[in-house]
Design a protein around this ligand. Structure first.
Ligand code: HEM
Length: 397
């Protein structure tokens, strides 16, 4: 009998990819890569980049072949060994330790009122700054940081601390150049987080609330794991709601016909949120490691290969979506990969949906009439591992 399965091929190299090009605008690069092969060895990134939807989906669902526990991980050095870099069953112990804090019922019964209060504070601050204020830094960033501060249970820190901790530790996870100053800032933040946790755990054990640290204070989880998981959550739970909130508003302001329909029908806020994270995945790439020699979508990969699962590219795969480069709130729904999948599916998905689509968007659209971008000072979007707006002055009537 003859086999109809195509022969596996060696992995092609994409030596034309550069980090500055990826940072500026990765999408033309992803288009070319996806058209050529599902996975490439990319010397500039020192990883195999997986850009095809089916291949990314396979990796997410098959932790036995593709491990999250990467060797020589910079994230482990910067933040410690968190659940994000563990496989089951060790991963599950840490994930379960987060209890009910991030679940839809707790969000509805407890967090939504707190998100609304925080939204009031920071939207009022944006309005007080007046037209010309920066939507990202004067509103979306402090709003996301204050929500995360309270979810974590850092009653001894400020939202500004959360922003500094998050950015400096993220810079550590990307410090491939081994810059000692980047390590020094990341280590300072890491020590500050340790001290804040040490102070909060006994306090929250006596005065429980709905926060992550409160739940953890009465659990038999080693302190080392609590510290690493909280650092990962500070790094992974702040930039993404900030970035998706700014990207949705940018997308709607540059697509006025869709903005008009979303303003008419609040039921479309969630559709706009899902389309925004499909179109520009706030986390564009995350790592995995090949456990033993394998074949992925017809491409041979060696044991130990360090993969970049490029969900920012998979989310624009034309085999899944028609006209995938276009922002379209009304496109037929298909499962996107912006929140990952499998065991590591984002634990904060419902927090992000509620705080952005349910609380922030309706207020922004109702309270800033005539909201518009500044043609003299245009917005800037940037990044590929994390992507979002980095500059977005806005005006309103
Ligand atoms: C739009 C917003 C968000 C996006 C797009 C996003 C995306 C992701 C992705 C892609 C992963 C999986 C990464 C991997 O498998 O390596 C992840 C994991 C995670 N996210 Fe989010 N995230 C968002 C918001 C949040 C928020 C607000 C929180 C916390 C309040 C959070 C907490 C976590 C945690 C704890 C994990 C690790 C889950 C595990 O390893 O089991 N995320 N997120």
């Amino acid at each position: 009998m003859t086999s109809t399965a195509p022969e596996a091929v060696d992995c092609p190299t994409a030596d034309w990819v550069t980090i500055p090009d990826l940072y500026r605008d990765p999408f033309p690069i992803y288009r070319r890569m996806r058209a050529e092969a599902p996975v490439h060895w990319v010397p500039a990134v020192n990883r195999y980049m997986v850009t095809d939807y089916a291949a990314c989906h396979t990796i997410e669902q098959d932790a036995e072949r593709f491990s999250a526990d990467e060797t020589d991980s910079l994230m482990k050095r910067s933040m410690g060994h968190s659940m994000l870099r563990k496989d089951d069953p060790e991963h599950k112990v840490d994930r379960d330790s987060y209890g009910a804090t991030l679940r839809p019922k707790t969000i509805k019964q407890h967090w939504n009122a707190i998100f609304a209060t925080n939204n009031r504070t920071y939207l009022d601050e944006l309005k007080a700054k007046g037209p010309g204020a920066d939507f990202v830094w004067d509103y979306a960033a402090p709003y996301a940081a204050e929500n995360l501060r309270l979810i974590c249970g850092f009653h001894n820190a400020t939202q500004q601390d959360l922003q500094r901790w998050s950015q400096t530790m993220i810079d550590g996870t990307g410090n491939y150049a081994d810059d000692p100053e980047v390590w020094a800032r990341s280590e300072t933040s890491s020590a500050e987080v340790d001290a804040a946790i040490d102070e909060m755990l006994p306090h929250l054990a006596q005065n429980p609330d709905h926060s992550l640290l409160s739940g953890l204070s009465s659990m038999p989880i080693p302190l080392e794991a609590i510290r690493a998981n909280l650092k990962m959550t500070i790094g992974g739970g702040l930039n993404e709601p900030r970035d998706v909130l700014s990207t949705i508003v940018w997308a709607l302001l540059t697509h006025p016909e869709q903005l008009h329909k979303v303003q008419q029908d609040p039921a479309l806020h969630l559709a706009a949120f899902e389309e925004s994270v499909r179109w520009v995945a706030p986390i564009g790439m995350y790592p995995r490691q090949v456990v033993a020699d394998t074949v992925l979508e017809g491409v041979r990969l060696p044991a130990g290969a360090r993969l970049g699962v490029v969900i920012g590219a998979a989310n624009r795969d034309p085999r899944i979506w028609d006209d995938p480069e276009t922002f379209d709130v009304f496109r037929p729904k298909r499962p996107h990969l912006a929140f990952g999948g499998g065991a590591h599916f984002c634990a904060g998905t419902w927090v992000a949906r509620a705080s952005v689509a349910q609380i922030a968007m309706p207020a922004v659209l109702a309270e800033l009439p005539g909201l518009r971008l500044d043609p003299q000072d245009p917005p800037v979007d940037a990044g590929w591992v994390f992507r979002g707006m980095v500059h977005m002055p806005v005006h309103w009537d």
